[in-house]
Design a protein around this ligand. Structure first.
Ligand code: FAD
Length: 464
């Protein structure tokens, strides 16, 4: 057993610590396709030294202190569904797998919030609430693959976010273990005016500033009523304009998803007229609100062809089905998604620029997008690209080329390089330009909270 493994086993008990090859290999990658490609090509970093599975905050704190004493890097690992390599551990590091901390600790019906341990899986969380007549309102596509702590630590967004909000709107308070091993709690209140939000420090911190051990999240009574409709638009620009009109005046349909013509044809074959962009609308809540919201959406979509509820029902039934990366890598193909966002004044141009720019990537098979999270000020673009690089040995270069083109287009349009997947390792190099004059502030925070640089080095903040 490694030195750190031995120390952890002594303090926490041998049942909490694993160093067998299968456990180390399982924690060597997350859902980043490049990590899987590198593993196939024998270019992945060596394995972590050890995986620890704490069952309490106190055990997380003890593990962190031991890692600090041994000078070993610490990588929090939730469900491993991150798509940017954020949980891919450096060789010889300590992986803290949070999934043994999976309890719902308190449900406060009067205040409509719950306290939950960070390692509970998203799907289990939602099912537990549903049994009691509530919803958490957070439905990332990875709901069955991700933990609550991972969803907080990556600033995630759910499929119904336009009504319920993103994780930063849902998370009212939290508990985290700092690099020193100290435990901090930010209490849950509806709102406060007590200086900068310290809760926000950990939303999107990706294990680089601390380990989230508990979250207090808003919940909602289960919706009384739900209604759906689909509209076909001749162009993305026309569909985006309809969404802008809907959200601008205060409507918040839970789902407003606009697919470009390529994705409409691919995902809604039975319904999509040729070369049309489908807009899916789903409203839920009190019946009178839903009726009014659906009428307002219909008015904003005047001129588009209404196709009925079936495409939305189809999407609801298939929305979380994802093929494994192996399906593509076996065929020497790479597929990935990139989520960016910009203001309404820029988003149409950004869509055109991204799709055009991806065409220059050697071996590109498809570059398409949809918008799925909208705000009065703007919306996101969720880009999917697939490529069969001319020379598979060089696949990484072409993959990074595709990413670079989308990052560049987004920065040039004044948009953001990341809407909801976070930064991970892949985007860390781009964060300096994204944050501009605020980047030194992030570096200062990192130095203050993690002076030895052992918290998930290379994720969020690039090395060197
Ligand atoms: C098929 C698929 C669909 C997806 N759909 C969505 C989507 O709809 N919306 C969305 O926002 N994202 C989506 N994602 C991305 C991913 O699921 C989310 O980013 C999710 O939040 C990761 O949670 P996890 O528990 O799997 O975290 P991990 O992958 O284990 O870790 C992610 C990062 O957070 C850190 N981390 C994990 N737990 C903690 C903790 N307790 N404290 C501090 N840091 C921690 C890790 O070190 C790492 O840097 C999707 C991913 C996949 C594979």
């Amino acid at each position: 057993m490694s030195e750190i493994g031995t120390a952890l086993a002594r303090e926490l008990g041998p049942d909490r610590v694993a160093e067998d090859a299968a456990t180390l290999t399982a924690h060597q990658v997350d859902y980043w396709i490049l990590a899987h490609l590198r593993a196939r090509q024998g270019r992945l970093d060596g394995p972590p030294a050890c995986v620890v599975r704490p069952q309490s905050t106190a055990e997380v704190a003890a593990a962190v202190r031991i890692a600090q004493r041994h000078g070993v890097a610490i990588v929090p690992y939730g469900g491993g569904s991150g798509v940017l390599g954020g949980a891919v551990p450096p060789a010889g590091s300590l992986v803290i797998d949070t999934r043994a901390m999976h309890k719902l600790l308190e449900l406060n019906d009067a205040a409509l919030w719950v306290r939950v341990q960070a390692g509970m899986m998203g799907g289990v969380y939602e099912a537990t609430l549903a049994e009691q007549g509530y919803t958490g309102g957070h439905f990332p596509q990875s709901i069955d693959l991700a933990t609550i702590g991972g969803l907080v630590a990556t600033r995630s967004a759910g499929q119904l976010s336009t009504r319920y909000g993103n994780i930063e709107d849902l998370c009212l308070g939290l508990e985290a273990v700092l690099a020193s091993g100290d435990v901090v709690r930010v209490k849950a209140v509806p709102r406060s005016s007590t200086g900068p939000s310290l809760r926000e420090l950990f939303l999107g911190s990706e294990g680089a500033l601390g380990i989230v051990t508990e979250a207090t999240l808003r919940i909602f009574p289960k919706a009384e009523h739900r209604a759906m409709e689909t509209y076909a638009f001749p162009t993305m620009a026309a569909g985006l304009e309809a969404i802008r009109k809907i959200v601008r005046v205060g409507w918040r349909p839970a789902v407003v998803r606009l697919y470009d013509a390529v994705e409409s044809a691919r995902n809604f074959t039975d319904w999509a007229p040729a070369d049309q962009c489908l807009l899916l609308v789903l409203s839920e809540g009190p019946r009178t609100l839903v009726d009014a919201e659906m009428a307002a959406c219909a008015a904003a979509c005047a001129g588009a062809v209404a196709l009925g509820a079936k495409p939305v029902e189809h999407w609801l039934g298939h929305r979380n089905v994802v093929p494994s990366w192996d399906t593509f890598l076996d065929r020497e193909m790479l597929v990935d998604t990139i989520e960016i966002a910009a203001g309404w004044d820029r988003i149409g141009g950004l869509y055109d620029a991204v799709v055009a720019s991806l065409q220059g990537v050697p071996g590109l098979l498809v570059g398409s997008a949809h918008s799925s999270h909208s705000y009065p000020q703007g919306t996101n673009l969720y880009i999917t690209f697939a490529m069969k690089p001319p020379d598979f040995a060089d696949a990484e270069k072409h993959y990074l080329d595709a990413w670079g083109r989308v990052m560049r287009a987004s920065l040039d349009a004044g948009g953001t390089i990341a809407h909801h997947h976070g930064i991970g390792r892949l985007r860390a190099e781009w964060l300096r330009e994204e944050l501009g004059t605020a980047y030194p502030l992030l570096l200062a925070l990192k130095r203050a909270l993690d002076p030895a640089g052992l918290m998930n080095p290379g994720t969020l903040v690039a090395r060197g």
